[in-house]
Design a protein around this ligand. Structure first.
Ligand SMILES: [Zn+2]
Length: 1121
């Protein structure tokens, strides 16, 4: 409540402060003003600009605090400006620059600009003559003149820097809620092009200007209100100025009003962060100059700062200070980041940062920009005023202290350590928790984690510190040589560049910076690229440009550099050296790998994604290497085996499902992202490539083959003449081409597809696939020659040898096909296709031959007849498979014509007990939840569930004597795929549920502690026997203490990572029969099992209830939360 009042007060204050209140109903003043000034501007020289007179009321005195709160102002000043079609008469203009726009105003009191130029559209800034400079955009050039050449130099430098630093990820998140179109604006003859975007309204002369990034002004709606007046008119009233518009129809008017009101809503809602952070009183004054109500912050230095100080911070670059708005950058402001700012707060942060500021060096809100700059640089770059940590200068001790500190709640200590030289990435020596970030995570110290996260790439002054942020390899050996280079661009180079487009450059990569020179002897480089600013390195296909070998560097700032040379060795060396310099040491394996591209992306994971984290990714062929956040080595993903690859429209993420795990990769709207997307798509396989470039199943069989054979197994085994009969040609062709396009997307269903069409599609695929199943012609000869051997046993061992020499995908494919044919001929009585008939069809198909050579058929017949021997098939497994097929066929006959079913996997699930006859084969789709599977099983067995039965699906592990009820919303398929041989799924009444729901009814504070008997297993080793421990479950973690009095937990893990089972392996001889097993996996590798044993049934239920309630936010059963 208090916050709302505060907000209200702030608004009132703003409105009251206007000396002459704006009359909402009478817009005459404002309009006539605009009108006369328009005439004035016509007679003056600012082509295409209008003059919206509106100066800041005196009582809102703060000339340095411009109205917009989007980006901090980096530079302001008076400049002369000519109109683009340049007469020589200059106009004095007040010019401001922030990260988004260069704007100019009639004078320094104006709130609304005459013109703005989006930084993103500025291609170049050029010095002209002595005092002048040109700002060049794609369509126009703006000429400015400064007072003298020194001022000109400052502007050019700061503009260039701003353009460089304007990272694509920070730019224009203005895509939502957009409405645009032409509107009459009162008192102005031609219509203006108006764009409602996020929380601002932009005014352009016309739509071309919009696309060119050049406009008149923009209205921040956080201080605006929108009113409809007569039928088609409406107005935006800001506390400075009334804008009156007329739409074409009343309906359109209403649409505009609605859009603008939503815009105000957005601007106000974005105030929640600022008000949360201001709850800490000291955050209401700028940490640097003391100005009131600062709404910017440096998220790594942990200070809340005013807009003008933020401008200086931003000029230091993100490796020193990561500047974020408290109003606009909502996404960064996670709960834990806000908590960090509440815990530290400006006062406490300044205990460290400003413990020792000489009074002569302090700055005030009124300090000029030079004083401000000097102070801020001294404070955060040189760190002159900081409170020195007692361990300062003792690197090892600092690191050790950091590892300790991140386990505690003392953020200030961590901050002090980090900014006194402790290494955020220091190795701990413990592979389980390789760095401080992992320690913080392990201890559930979210705030520490947040702080470390924002400082992972913070640059530290001093030589030894520079070496730390740059991978060692790059530092130790400078690399130099000749490359050919194209002038940098901001757009991906799609057209072919001839050799003539390149210029020869002498390049040196040293200490993390790539400098390029006109010639070897030159003292000053033509340009340089910081390796820490490279987000992507792309190796182009051979001959894409005039030089045979080319590669591209994409900078975070949006610049793209294209290099090339004809000598493969030197280019390869450059690529590897650069890659080593851009990736962190943990990802070095990527650098020496033959990647096509390597770079930084962001990712989220799992069903409840966290906020995006940075990861390093390298792509090459069908392999993707990913170094996830806080991981110590890259993981490899086989793109051909993804269960799903889904590309959302730009700038949406690419969704990958790999071994049941969902991964979303994001790249914002960056120039390099489309390249990543096509790399992923190509890597995922399909099309007309050979077998090993197809989409693959987990067992290396092409998805096309697997899908088709599976369909025939399900629906075609009893179809007469299967594989011999022809399908409908047009349907076969259409089906095959959609399978080749993206086999995983094709859902073969009984209603839509005929068995003969599917059979012919797979035959045609095998007949035409590049290089065939047996390899090229030469490779298939030994197979054909084998039939000449008269001894059966000789032939079998010859086939076995040949099989072993096939590449894995070919071997698996052949195995799948022969296995399938074996099954087909088992039903020869019905389908009239015995092994011989099948081999007449499949001989020429698999050998891609015309059928004249009979030995092709003979080989296939041999393989089918001796399937088990040649392929060394486990008899037990094989029997199970045949049984399963019979099951399927019977099940299908039991319930005919259910209509087409959605894609699914057939899962064997037991009902009530695991025994012969109690297994049901249930068709489970990707998204089916435990609850849905349960009701399907009950429906099939005509069991009508009673309210208090709580039928649930359990994961039962026979070897461990434990079971886990799946949460009713848990997806079944991932669980099914992860089952190992001692596990099965069982559906039965959930006895715990009733007790849990009764006993927890009315629980308020769901945490728990108490004594248990504890025993641990890590990896495969059980560690000793049970002993008494004190166990604490908090909202986020499970902690084990040696005794109730211990200060630090002996062991700890995240609650959400736990899988809680009832029961304990009997072999461990648990001290009572009321036990549970808690399982969690560290870094996706090592599995931990903790065994907790209680003294009574009642206690066990309480513990279980606590875990489940916390893990599922109290939602344990539909309708009871
Ligand atoms: Zn300040």
């Amino acid at each position: 409540m208090e916050r709302k009042d505060d907000q209200l007060r702030a608004l009132q204050r703003c409105f009251k402060s206007i000396e002459e209140p704006v009359n909402m109903n009478n817009s005459e003043d404002a309009d006539s003003d605009l009108y006369t000034n328009r005439n004035r501007s016509r007679s003056s020289f600012d082509e295409g600009s209008i003059y919206i007179s509106c100066t800041r009321p005196h009582s809102l005195e703060d000339p340095g605090k411009p109205y917009s709160s989007h980006s901090p102002v980096i530079k302001t000043g008076w400049l002369d400006k000519t109109p683009p079609k340049g007469t020589l008469i200059f106009q004095k203009r007040w010019v401001t620059l922030d990260a988004e726009f260069l704007r100019y105003y009639q004078n320094e009191k104006e709130v609304f600009s005459k013109r703005f130029i989006a930084i993103s559209t500025i291609a170049e800034v050029l010095s002209v003559g002595e005092q002048k400079f040109e700002v060049v955009t794609k369509n126009r050039t703006f000429l400015f003149r400064a007072e003298n050449s020194a001022v000109r130099g400052e502007w050019v430098a700061v503009l260039k820097e701003t353009i460089q630093q304007r990272s694509a990820s920070d730019a224009g998140g203005d895509s939502y809620g957009e409405k645009q179109g032409y509107l009459e604006m009162n008192g102005y003859r031609s219509k203006l092009f108006i764009v409602v975007s996020a929380d601002r309204v932009f005014l352009y002369m016309n739509s071309e200007e919009r696309s060119q990034g050049i406009g008149i002004t923009c209205i921040d709606m956080n201080m605006g209100s929108v009113k409809s007046s007569d039928t088609r008119a409406f107005s935006i009233n800001t506390c400075y100025k009334l804008f009156s518009f007329v739409a074409e129809t009343t309906q359109q008017r209403d649409e505009w009003v609605e859009a603008m009101q939503a815009c105000i809503g957005r601007s106000l809602s974005s105030d929640t962060v600022v008000w949360s952070v201001w709850v800490e009183e000291s955050n209401r004054r700028c940490a640097d100059c003391g100005d009131e109500d600062p709404d910017w912050a440096s998220v790594n230095l942990c200070v809340v700062i005013c807009k003008r100080c933020a401008g200086v911070h931003q000029s230091l670059g993100p490796s020193v200070s990561k500047v974020r708005s408290l109003r606009m950058d909502e996404k960064v402001w996670t709960d834990s980041l806000i908590q960090v700012f509440l815990q530290l707060g400006n006062d406490r942060s300044n205990l460290f940062w400003a413990s020792n500021v000489p009074p002569s060096e302090t700055i005030r809100p009124s300090s000029n920009s030079e004083e401000r700059q000097t102070f801020i640089k001294t404070k955060y770059c040189q760190r002159k005023y900081r409170q020195y940590h007692r361990l300062f200068g003792r690197q090892e001790d600092l690191n050790k202290a950091l590892c300790k500190s991140v386990q505690t709640g003392d953020l200030l200590e961590t901050m002090s350590l980090v900014f006194c030289g402790a290494d955020v990435n220091c190795p701990t020596g413990d592979p389980d928790v390789p760095n401080p970030l992992c320690i913080a995570q392990n201890y559930g110290r979210k705030l520490q984690e947040e702080f470390l996260f924002h400082n992972l790439n913070t640059e530290f002054p001093g030589v030894q510190d520079v070496e730390r942020v740059i991978p060692q390899a790059a530092v130790s050996i400078p690399h130099a040589g000749i490359l050919f280079k194209i002038g940098s661009t901001t757009r991906a180079v799609t057209e072919r560049k001839g050799k003539g487009d390149f210029s020869q450059r002498w390049c040196i990569l040293d200490k993390g910076v790539l400098k390029y020179f006109d010639g070897e002897k030159r003292a000053h480089p033509c340009g340089e690229i910081k390796m820490s600013d490279v987000q992507c390195l792309v190796v182009n296909p051979l001959g894409k440009h005039g030089y045979l070998h080319t590669f591209e560097l994409y900078q975070i700032s949006g610049r793209i550099h294209l290099f090339g040379a004809d000598t493969p060795d030197s280019v390869q060396q450059w690529i590897e050296t650069i890659a080593k310099a851009i990736v962190p040491p943990e990802a070095e394996r990527m650098a020496s790998w033959s990647f096509e591209r390597v770079g930084r992306l962001r990712y989220t994971e799992g069903p409840n994604p966290h906020s995006p984290r940075a990861c390093w990714v390298a792509a090459g062929g069908s392999t993707l290497l990913v170094l996830f956040h806080a991981s110590d080595r890259p993981e490899s993903i086989d793109l051909r085996k993804l269960q799903e690859l889904c590309v959302q429209p730009e700038p949406g993420p690419v969704v990958l499902v790999d071994r049941g795990r969902t991964l979303r990769l994001e790249g914002d709207r960056r120039a390099d992202f489309p390249g990543w997307v096509s790399s992923l798509q190509q890597g995922a396989g399909g099309g007309d490539g050979p077998l090993d470039q197809q989409q693959l199943t987990g067992t290396d069989v092409p998805v096309i083959v697997d899908r088709c054979l599976g369909f025939i197994t399900q629906y075609g085994l009893k179809s007469e003449g299967i594989y011999r009969k022809a399908g409908v040609q047009s349907k076969v062709t259409a089906l095959l081409s959609s399978l080749c396009l993206d086999a995983r997307r094709v859902q073969l269903t009984e209603g839509d597809h005929q068995v003969d069409d599917v059979a012919n599609a797979v035959k045609r695929f095998l007949r035409n696939v590049r290089e065939g199943v047996f390899g090229r012609e030469q490779a298939s000869l030994p197979w054909l020659q084998t039939v000449a051997l008269s001894e059966k046993s000789q032939r079998i061992s010859q086939y076995q040898a040949l099989l072993a020499s096939l590449p894995p995908v070919h071997r698996a494919t052949l195995g799948a096909v022969i296995n399938h044919l074996y099954c087909v001929q088992c039903f020869a009585e019905e389908n009239k296709m015995d092994a011989h008939s099948l081999s007449i069809v499949f001989g020429p198909t698999l050998f891609q031959a015309d059928g004249t050579d009979k030995s092709a058929g003979q080989v296939v017949e041999d393989l089918v007849q001796h399937y088990q021997a040649v392929f060394d098939v486990d008899a037990e497994l094989f029997k199970r498979q045949i049984d399963m097929i019979s099951h399927i066929i019977r099940a299908k006959e039991d319930q005919p014509d259910e209509g087409p079913l959605t894609p699914r996997t057939i899962c064997g699930i037991y009902l009530e007990v695991k025994e012969e006859g109690s297994e049901l084969l249930v068709q489970v789709s990707q998204t089916m939840t435990a609850m849905e599977v349960v009701s399907e099983v009950l429906r099939r067995r005509t069991i009508s569930p009673q309210p208090e039965d709580y039928w649930s699906c359990f994961l039962v592990n026979d070897k461990e004597d434990m079971e886990r009820p799946l949460h009713y919303q848990e997806q079944v398929l991932p669980v099914y795929f992860s089952l190992d041989k001692d596990c099965h799924l069982l559906i039965k009444k959930n006895d715990y549920m009733k007790t849990i729901l009764t006993c927890t009814d009315g629980w308020v504070n769901v945490t728990r502690n108490g004594h248990v008997q504890f025993c641990e297993e890590k990896g495969q080793r059980a560690k000793g026997s049970f002993s008494r421990r004190y166990c604490v479950v908090t909202a986020t973690s499970l902690e084990i203490y040696k005794t109730q009095k211990s200060n630090h937990p002996e062991k700890e893990c995240h609650l959400q990572a736990l899988k809680v089972y009832c029961g304990i392996r009997k072999k461990l001889q648990p001290p009572s029969s009321w036990g549970m097993t808690v399982e969690w996996t560290q870094d996706q590798h090592e599995m931990h099992r903790w065994y907790l044993c209680c003294e009574s049934d009642h206690e066990l239920t309480d513990w279980l209830a606590t875990f489940l309630l916390l893990q599922h936010n109290g939602d344990l059963w539909p309708g009871t939360s």
